[in-house]
Design a protein around this ligand. Structure first.
Ligand SMILES: O=C(O)c1c[nH]c2c(-c3ccccc3)cccc2c1=O
Length: 448
């Protein structure tokens, strides 16, 4: 058997899905070898000679970020794309002022309560352009002991003709970038145009702030997801899947209304349940969100709850939601104690969860701000925030479904089927004190 001459790096080993989790400090190392990667490894010199990069995110620790680049790349031009809010602008400006190679691009947030949640990297190498779409803030805490999701594109070679992917990824990404209307992004729009995206096999699902209507109605948010599922899930006899279960997994929850019908099942689930043919059946929706016990026993202890900002104000108004909730459990990936900051959505073929119809990893939590809410008699979708994620459909991998016993099986980040909250389980709420039981570090949680 011929030994490979060049060691295959973790990213190429993750073919064909290229979906990895972040490495976790404090678990057995072999669970960090398979389908897991650190920020330093993503930025490693092993992938080629970096020319310049862009980092889209919400929270930044610029010293931490620069330290993750190899020494020889730390002076390369770096564009920071962040949410335009007075408080953040000052902090970002102060952090970046010592570094002339860093340019700043504030993302317009014209609708109140919107945030720039998008977490994405553009890495331009001499050999081509790599896109990374993920769920981690650019701070140490987000990359140390949490479960984060990361999609890493191949390095797309430069091309003279317009080489698009079968999923229209290039066009969708350019549409997304265009919405910033920022001159600092013009270089990257030009660069994306000049690279060959034909090897990309995922769909782009993004959100941008606005009241999207007319030709833009299905371009963003949950209507983009609905449209993409309708167009690309052409399973023969798909009516057999009309009642198959859907999972939503996230690290925060917005105000969803006085009952499930307000938005969750009538609007959001209608998009998630879309098959090529529509059906009136209402499949079971299972939501995964950490319990207090999940947080207390996590590697970080109650501190993990600082990144699970579900507040009492919302929780007390939607106690009906608890009936949908399931625990965070990821024993098969050794990450039951690595608190989830990843956000994922998926549909199984049946309640055995042996086969998956589609899988989405995204920055978008369970909120109307992220996914959009229909207005004006369903003629416009109002979205407050920037979000971005990638959707896997079996057709792009020449499969009917993603069968988990397959090899390589799709690397699902948590255990299936999900485990329902027991009567003693409570959802983690960030602004409540927990003082009856110490956490894994012997501490209590008292936010007051
Ligand atoms: O984009 C992300 O990932 C995140 C976005 N907001 C977070 C907050 C927060 C919640 C309400 C108002 C402002 C900030 C708190 C803790 C973690 C996050 C977070 O992780």
């Amino acid at each position: 058997v011929s030994k490979r001459l060049t060691p295959v790096n973790k990213i190429d080993q993750s073919e064909p899905y290229r979906f990895l989790l972040s490495t976790v400090h404090g678990i057995q190392d072999n669970y960090n070898q398979q389908n897991a990667i650190s920020l330093k490894e993503i930025l490693s010199v092993e992938h080629g000679q970096l020319i310049r990069s862009a980092q889209f995110n919400y929270m930044f620790d610029i010293e931490f970020l620069l330290e993750q680049y190899p020494l020889e790349f730390r002076l390369k031009p770096l564009l920071i794309v962040h949410g335009d809010s007075r408080h953040d602008n000052q902090s970002i400006k102060n952090q970046c002022s010592p570094y002339p190679q860093i340019e700043i691009c504030p993302a317009r947030l014209d609708i109140p309560f919107g945030t720039h949640h998008t977490k994405m990297m553009f890495l331009l190498y001499e050999t081509g352009l790599r896109i990374v779409i993920h769920t981690a803030n650019l701070i140490l805490q987000d990359w140390r002991q949490k479960t984060q999701g990361i999609w890493i594109s191949p390095i797309c070679p430069k091309t003279n003709d317009d080489r698009e992917s079968k999923t229209n990824f290039k066009k969708d990404l350019l549409e997304y970038i265009e919405r910033y209307r920022a001159r600092q992004l013009q270089f990257w729009q030009k660069t994306i145009n000049e690279h060959d995206f034909s090897s990309i096999n995922v769909h782009l699902i993004s959100s941008t702030p606005g009241r999207h209507t007319g030709p833009d109605l299905n371009k963003f948010g949950h209507l983009k997801l609905r449209q993409t599922l309708k167009n690309y899930l052409n399973l023969d006899k798909d009516e057999q899947y009309n009642s198959s279960p859907i999972i939503g997994q996230f690290s925060s929850i917005g105000s969803l209304g006085p009952n499930a019908n307000s938005w969750l099942t009538k609007e959001f689930l209608t998009s998630l349940k879309q098959l090529s043919s529509s059906s009136l059946e209402s499949p079971e929706l299972k939501l995964i969100y950490p319990t207090v016990e999940n947080v207390r026993t996590s590697l970080e202890g109650y501190m993990a709850g600082g990144s699970l900002p579900y507040n009492m104000q919302n929780a007390m108004r939607q106690t009906w939601l608890v009936n949908y909730l399931h625990r965070w459990k990821a024993d098969h990936r050794h990450r039951s104690q690595a608190s989830p900051h990843i956000k994922t959505y998926l549909r199984a073929t049946n309640d055995q969860f042996k086969d998956i119809l589609w899988f989405l990893v995204t920055s978008a939590n369970l909120s109307k701000a992220a996914w959009g809410v229909l207005e004006k008699n369903n003629t416009q979708l109002m979205i407050r925030s920037y979000e971005i994620g990638v959707l896997y459909t079996p057709k792009q991998f020449s499969k009917a479904t993603f069968s988990l016993p397959d090899s390589p099986s799709f690397p699902i980040p948590y255990d299936l089927p999900p485990v329902k909250y027991q009567t003693s389980d409570k959802p983690w709420i960030v602004d409540v004190a927990y003082k009856d039981k110490p956490d894994s570090h012997g501490n209590m949680w008292d936010p007051s």
